[in-house]
Design a protein around this ligand. Structure first.
Ligand SMILES: Cc1ncc(COP(=O)(O)O)c(C=O)c1O
Length: 387
């Protein structure tokens, strides 16, 4: 299952950051080169000769099986932030008599900002509650529920099936942010009757820095709702250059302006890795590896407090320590690439395509020596953290 040879990685590093920015795959590199060649050989003609114009739909169709959707339900465009906005606007249009956007207090900040933003623009209320209170807070006032499936800090995972089912019973629309789920587990958007979804492609999908986001709209809504952001690429016939806007159909209406082709090419190459991957086996390995990391840290670095659930969990693990920033800096200096999030959180992201059990052994051994040599963490490391 481990495919580390397919990625570029500096020597003597162990990469635990695929939850933030996935590694560069050789196939992504090759596709960017191909894009550069198409540009140099054809210039503007490449839009049609090299079919650049079709990439948002073509790549959307490659992402569809990763989220359990139909090919015509997914498109790749813009960033996750903007796609959340587009889909919240659509949800409010479909459920216009209802007043509330329901979300989780610990959602990723951009989700919270956009939910507040859209609520303000439309004279609605954004209600942000704790994860435990979500089911209780779902009622007939709620138009749409916006949740991130796997929490960006703790990796704790919502029970998508249960929440979706209750939402259907109450006429609430669902919008799932799948940024920390896609590419490490099977997802079932059609089967669970999810209304809308978005996600980043630069994390476990390895699409590259700033690679475009995907957006999913259940086909049952395609006739009823279109994007309320009217860009020329979302026009039914963009190359007619008509002064009157006429929306394209289905997910195509959610395109806005010119797509970033080199980023799209990188993503297209990165997704080639998923053509033969069994997502259930991938999730199985992810859970074994994260379980192993948690157990090893408990034994060899017991000062760290694991905040990730023991069962419903994504593919990263979060640990609290009062000196987490200094520990993170020391790990990175030793080639263990993790990330630090305020306040006091170290995140280990485990892509089962990149990480294996022996990588965890090596990383925990380095972590354990850092903890031992600095039980109250030395001035030296503290100084390092302030640089
Ligand atoms: C859960 C989640 N949603 C949204 C985003 C932001 O996405 P973008 O910067 O593409 O808008 C992130 C970024 O890490 C994220 O973790």
């Amino acid at each position: 299952m481990k495919q580390a040879h397919l990625f570029s990685l500096p020597e003597n590093t162990i990469y635990f950051c695929s939850h933030s920015l996935g590694l560069q795959s050789k196939s992504a590199h090759l596709q960017i080169q191909q894009g550069l060649q198409e540009w140099s050989q054809s210039g503007a003609n490449a839009w049609h000769r090299a079919k650049w114009i079709d990439l948002p739909q073509k790549i959307g169709a490659s992402i569809a099986p990763l989220i359990g959707a139909r090919e015509n339900e997914v498109i790749v465009t813009d960033n996750t932030t903007l796609n959340i906005m587009k889909l919240l606007l659509s949800a409010l249009e479909l459920n216009s008599s209802r007043k509330v956007i329901l979300t989780e207090k610990d959602n990723f900040p951009t989700d919270l900002y956009i939910a507040e933003n859209v609520a303000d623009l439309h004279n609605k209320t954004c209600k942000a509650v704790s994860a435990e209170d979500i089911l209780n807070e779902m009622d007939e006032n709620v138009a749409v529920i916006l949740l991130t499936h796997v929490n960006y800090r703790s990796a704790n995972m919502h029970d998508m099936e249960k929440i979706n089912q209750k939402a259907k019973e109450l006429g609430i629309l669902t919008l799932w942010d799948l940024s920390h789920s896609v590419g490490v587990m099977p997802l079932y958007c059609s089967k669970l009757n999810v209304d809308f979804a978005v996600g980043c492609t630069y994390k476990y999908l390895n699409g590259g820095p700033g690679s475009p986001s995907f957006l999913y709209v259940n086909q049952k809504h395609h006739r009823k709702v279109k994007s309320s952001i009217h860009g020329w690429m979302g026009h039914n016939k963009p190359f007619d250059f008509s002064p009157q806007y006429q929306s394209a159909n289905g997910v195509n209406s959610y395109l806005t302006g010119t797509p970033s082709i080199l980023s799209m090419k990188a993503l297209e190459g990165a997704l080639a890795l998923y053509e033969h991957i069994d997502l259930q086996a991938l999730q199985h390995k992810s859970l074994l590896l994260t379980d192993y990391l948690i157990a090893q840290c408990k034994e060899h670095a017991p000062q760290l407090e694991c905040i990730s659930s023991s069962s419903l969990r994504g593919s990263h693990v979060g640990f609290f320590h009062y000196n987490a920033q200094a520990i993170s800096n020391a790990l990175i200096a030793e080639g263990v690439i993790i990330d630090y999030r305020e306040p006091n959180l170290i995140r280990f992201g485990i892509s089962p395509l990149v990480i294996d059990f022996e990588d965890i052994d090596k990383a925990v051994s380095i972590l354990s020596s850092i903890m031992k040599s600095n039980h109250t963490l030395s001035e030296e490391i503290l100084l390092l953290s302030q640089q």
